[in-house]
Each structure stands twice: as structure tokens, then as C-alpha cells.
Design a protein around this ligand. Structure first.
Ligand SMILES: [Zn+2]
Length: 282
């Protein structure tokens, strides 16, 4: 009989190599999120999804778009961390303990906490920050209407720029326009965002750069599915699994905040950028 002969050192080294490899993959797979908006102007350019994703859109029964909406719960856990999950009920019609608890709180008259735990609708889109193009595509998490469209959310405002007489194409990588987000103020109540299309069209880059950005972007198809119910229960195993947190006086800086109803969304994403939209493990 022939077999591979090896020392136990080889075996141990092999295990270590594989650990190093998975660590490298983990780091490589980390999502590059757009940081909080600074005061003043931030110039962004939307990166269109690659042609390979067409089939996915068709399977979902939706028209292709660079915007990927989903439902998210985000709240402070009873420990030091934040719980961030995509609602199994709103997205997939499954069981969601967070929605149940939110409903229970509303029924018990605690609208404030009930609202904090409620799933909020947000959308992801890949963008290039024109002042930091070397960072490559970054994922921008924006507010998206949970119910009636009233024009307050960031998504509605961006989409609004692509409609009507003064419509600008913000998506075409060759003939499209950049997007300018202007932040005024830093306080929770006085922060305002203005969204405009740039005055002149400008390509995302040359052909090679466009191709590279399209390839480098985060795969947002994997950002929108419901969190696994088992995983959700695992996140909520400590009792109590949430804490009440007083609102910070600083606006969270992701482009929420102009609408009182939307402040609930802002409240849910108060925290540092690392905690916001951390999509690993689910
Ligand atoms: Zn839920």
C-alpha cells in the first residue's frame, strides 16, 4: 500500500496555513463602507452593477438597478455591541423575534422603544468617492421609504434627480453625472443634507477604470436576503437582548435626519461606522 508520509509538524503547519488563508480571505472580503458624511460637499459616483447580475434581477422579478433595498434591525445589545440583522419576517415572511418584541412594546405603550426595535427599510448602492477614488467602490447605506413615499429619504431624493424636466442620469458610467451630497450641521436635530446632480456630465473613469470599479464593487445581491432565523436567535440569546440608549446629540451622518419620522431610522443607526451595516456572518 502506498501513502503519503508526513510528520506531525507538517500537519500542524498545514492547519496554520489554512487558518492564515481564511484570515486573508476574511480581510479581503471585508466590506468597504462609505464613512459618515463630513460637513460640506461629498462628490459621489454610482457604480453600475455588472452584467452578470442580470440573471439575479430576473430571478427576483425586479428591474435591474444599482440600488438594493432591504429591511434591517439595528439596535444596541445588552452587552457592548450592536445587533444588526436583516428582518426574517419583512424580507422572507418568516418569524422575527425583534418584530414581535417591537409590537409587544407598542402594545404596552412604549412607542419610543418599539420604534427603535422596528425594522427600517434601507438601500445599499456602490459608489466611488471622487476625493478618494483610490479606495475603490464603497457601499453607501441610505434611508429608503418604509411606507408611503414622501420624498424625505435619501433614496427618494437621489431618485428624484433622475426624474422630470431637469432629469440627470446618475447611473451611466460614461455619459452620467456625479452626485453631490452637502451636509450642513452636525447635531441630531439641525443636520441637513442636500442632494444635487453635478452641473456637467463626466465619465466614471476611462474604460479600464470603469471595468475595474464594476468588478471591485461589493456583491450587493448578498446584502439583501433575510438573516438566517437560527443566526438571529443566536444573536438574541442573552436576556435582555437590547438596551435603551439615549439619543446622541450628534447626527449619525449617513444622510438621514431631515424628516421627524426618519429620525427613528437615524436613531437606529447611531454608532460608529464599523457597527453600521456590518454584514458578516449572515
Ligand atoms: Zn423583524
Amino acid at each position: 500500500m502506498s501513502y503519503i508520509s508526513f510528520s506531525t509538524d507538517d500537519v500542524l503547519q498545514g492547519a496554520k496555513d489554512s487558518q492564515d488563508r481564511s484570515e486573508k480571505e476574511r480581510v479581503a472580503g471585508e466590506t468597504n463602507y462609505l464613512p459618515k458624511f463630513k460637513e460640506g460637499e461629498t462628490v459621489l459616483r454610482i457604480v453600475p452593477p455588472p452584467a452578470e447580475w442580470l440573471e439575479w434581477f430576473q430571478a427576483q422579478g425586479v428591474r435591474p438597478t444599482p440600488f438594493f433595498p432591504t429591511w434591517k434591525h439595528f439596535f444596541q445589545s445588552s452587552g457592548d455591541g450592536w445587533v444588526n440583522l436583516r428582518c426574517p419576517s419583512k424580507i422572507a415572511g418568516g418569524v422575527c423575534p425583534v418584530c414581535s418584541e417591537s409590537k409587544r412594546l407598542y402594545n404596552a405603550g412604549d412607542d419610543n422603544l418599539g420604534k427603535k426595535l422596528r425594522a427600517k427599510r434601507i438601500a445599499y448602492v456602490n459608489v466611488i468617492d471622487r476625493d478618494n477614488e483610490e479606495l475603490g467602490p464603497q457601499v453607501w447605506e441610505m434611508s429608503y421609504p418604509s411606507g408611503e413615499w414622501k420624498g424625505y429619504t435619501m433614496y427618494e431624493r437621489v431618485a428624484g434627480l433622475m426624474q422630470g424636466r431637469a432629469a440627470r442620469n446618475l447611473i451611466d458610467p460614461v455619459a452620467g453625472f456625479d452626485l453631490i451630497v452637502t451636509r450642513k450641521g452636525t447635531g441630531f436635530k439641525d443636520t441637513r443634507y442636500t442632494v444635487q446632480a453635478d452641473l456637467e456630465a463626466r465619465p466614471l473613469g476611462n474604460d479600464t477604470q470603469i471595468q475595474l470599479f464594476v468588478e471591485q464593487q461589493a456583491d450587493l445581491r448578498t446584502f439583501v436576503g433575510a438573516s438566517d432565523e437560527k443566526w438571529v436567535n443566536e444573536q438574541l440569546k442573552d436576556e435582555p437582548w437590547y438596551t435603551y440608549r439615549e439619543m446622541d446629540d450628534e447626527d449619525e451622518g449617513y444622510g438621514y435626519g431631515d424628516d421627524p419620522a426618519d429620525n427613528a431610522a437615524a436613531e437606529l443607526v447611531v454608532g460608529d461606522a464599523e457597527n453600521n451595516g456590518d454584514d458578516f456572518n449572515f
